[in-house]
Write a new protein. Structure first.
Length: 158
């Protein structure tokens, strides 16, 4: 009888662990998707180089070379456009999106890292481009995304 109860107890623990891991994996995936969406939507696009250099990796940050912007269409009057409507955005969002789609969430306890190696990203984050008085994202992208992600995790909405 003790053996039967021990077996049932062990099976119950296994089911509980599976349920917790499934819920945790969903939260990790939700966190990555939220971060990706918010950071891209807040990143201004003129040439496209800054947004194109976002790369998702697992356990080790990207240290490869910076890549140039994709597409040859004129950037348009980006300083007078709302974020998201820039002509060069679609061509340059593909690379970071492909890197996100390549992530493997089978083990949700790994480190999912978003890196940007563009030489302009720091100035964009601090609201210095194209100039401090004409910045299209004066509050930056990373800090605001991290605050919003932390709030969602704390509230349980992710």
């Amino acid at each position: 009888m003790l053996t039967a109860n021990l077996g049932a107890f062990s099976a119950g623990l296994d089911r509980a662990v599976d349920k917790i891991e499934k819920k945790f994996r969903a939260r990790v995936i939700g966190s990555v998707n939220f971060t990706h969406s918010m950071i891209l939507s807040r990143t201004p696009v003129h040439t496209g180089k800054s947004i194109r250099n976002y790369i998702w990796t697992v356990d080790k940050q990207y240290t490869g070379p910076q890549v140039g912007a994709a597409g040859t269409m004129p950037p348009g009057p980006t300083n007078s456009m709302s974020l998201g409507s820039e002509p060069r955005r679609p061509a340059n969002e593909g690379r970071p999106t492909r890197s996100k789609l390549a992530l493997d969430f089978k083990n949700p306890y790994r480190n999912f890292i978003l890196t940007n190696v563009a030489d302009t990203i720091k100035d964009l984050e601090y609201g210095l481009l194209p100039s401090p008085d004409r910045s299209r994202s004066p509050a930056g992208m990373f800090g605001i995304t991290l605050q919003a992600l932390s709030a969602r995790i704390a509230s349980g909405t992710i």
